[in-house]
Design a protein around this ligand. Structure first.
Ligand code: GLU
Ligand code: ZN
Length: 332
């Protein structure tokens, strides 16, 4: 529990990779309510550094979506592509302390070296380059070989999630030594060529540096990110920073049980808005899915503040159906 002296600072961290959909809206609503219900601040960060799919105008669209939902934020949005020097300084710090090493493996090298076929997208890194040290990067540079920087994982920090409870994930089976700086900048990212050549900070590094710089005390996000949390905790430790509290919430899925995507129809907030759906009806549906309303009736985010309870959110994904969308006036 936070004392009066350390006010809660929550955050919304959208990736402007495409339009935000109903699933994103549910996570943002919960994160906003959690911070505001504790009298806390909400910061906004546009995570535009880690993706090849950042489209021009997408950041502005994110702000429109949030405003439409009735979710506000404190201060100016923080935009990752403007924070390059901070990420570089963080990498230098890790290099100075020999916590990272250069890895030249390609994705297929890693897949080929993996002992068993892996179901998820992520293959644990088998440690092929782990005998390298920081200084080996100069020879790679001279030879024109591109490399990524990997963080040496020596332990897997346990943590107590405010929603999911005690979590102990063995990083050996999930990520192994993980990338903190990628080999190349994503193509299509509007970065200067010199920067593209130097690669880009990986999500794990940027998120820790940014949350710490923004004074975030509470990270509330989708539970697909639970496996990232022990990695981020290792980075907090490495930098001597105090980590925030974490709460990971189940995602929204389609009737097939899979994460909300195009195959489930157009659930983009922009599409709902264009179809004339009132935001209060969507908020009501989401509030009902979280157990705060007995039925999906129109309500604003602000009106939900006294009803908000993290613990009443069901510990399983919310299944969004056509019928539910019809019922809030989305003729789709
Ligand atoms: N930008 C990420 C997303 O939109 C969220 C990352 C985070 O909350 O740490 O999925
Ligand atoms: Zn390697």
């Amino acid at each position: 529990m936070k004392s009066m002296a350390s006010p809660v600072v929550g955050r919304l961290a959208p990736s402007p990779t495409g339009a935000q959909h109903v699933g994103n809206a549910r996570t943002y609503l919960i994160a906003w309510l959690s911070a505001r219900a504790q009298g806390g601040m909400v910061k906004l960060r546009i995570e535009d550094i880690d993706s090849p799919r950042v489209k021009p105008g997408a950041a502005a669209a994110v702000l429109d979506d949030l405003r439409w939902l009735g979710l506000d934020w404190d201060g100016e949005p923080v935009v990752q592509t403007t924070r390059w020097p901070y990420y570089q300084a963080a990498l230098e710090e890790l290099k100075k302390r020999d916590l990272v090493y250069p890895c030249t493996c390609t994705r297929s090298d890693i897949a080929a070296a993996a002992s068993a076929p892996h179901a998820g997208e992520e293959i644990p890194y088998p440690g092929t380059c782990a005998q390298r040290c920081v200084a080996d990067a100069s020879a790679l540079h001279a030879a024109g070989t591109p490399w990524a920087w990997r963080f040496r994982v020596r332990e897997s920090p346990r943590f107590t999630d405010r929603f999911a409870g005690p979590c102990h994930i063995d990083l050996k089976h999930i990520s192994g030594d993980f990338v903190v700086w990628k080999k190349f900048a994503p193509s299509g990212n509007a970065l200067p060529p010199a920067v593209v050549e130097q690669g880009t900070p990986a999500y794990q590094l940027a998120v820790v540096i940014d949350d710490a710089a923004m004074g975030v005390t509470e990270v509330l996000r989708g539970d697909d990110l639970i496996p990232s949390t022990p990695r981020q905790l290792l980075l907090y430790r490495a930098f001597g920073l105090t980590p925030p509290e974490f709460a990971h919430i189940p995602l929204v899925v389609g009737p097939d049980g899979r994460r909300l995507a195009k195959r489930h129809g157009d659930t983009r907030l922009a599409a709902l808005r264009a179809a004339g759906v009132k935001p209060e009806r969507l908020i009501g549906l989401l509030a009902w899915s979280c157990g705060w309303l007995a039925k999906p009736e129109p309500i604003s985010a602000r009106e939900l503040l006294p009803l908000f309870r993290l613990a009443s959110i069901p510990p399983r994904p919310f299944v969004l159906t056509q019928e539910l969308l019809h019922a809030i006036g989305y003729p789709h």
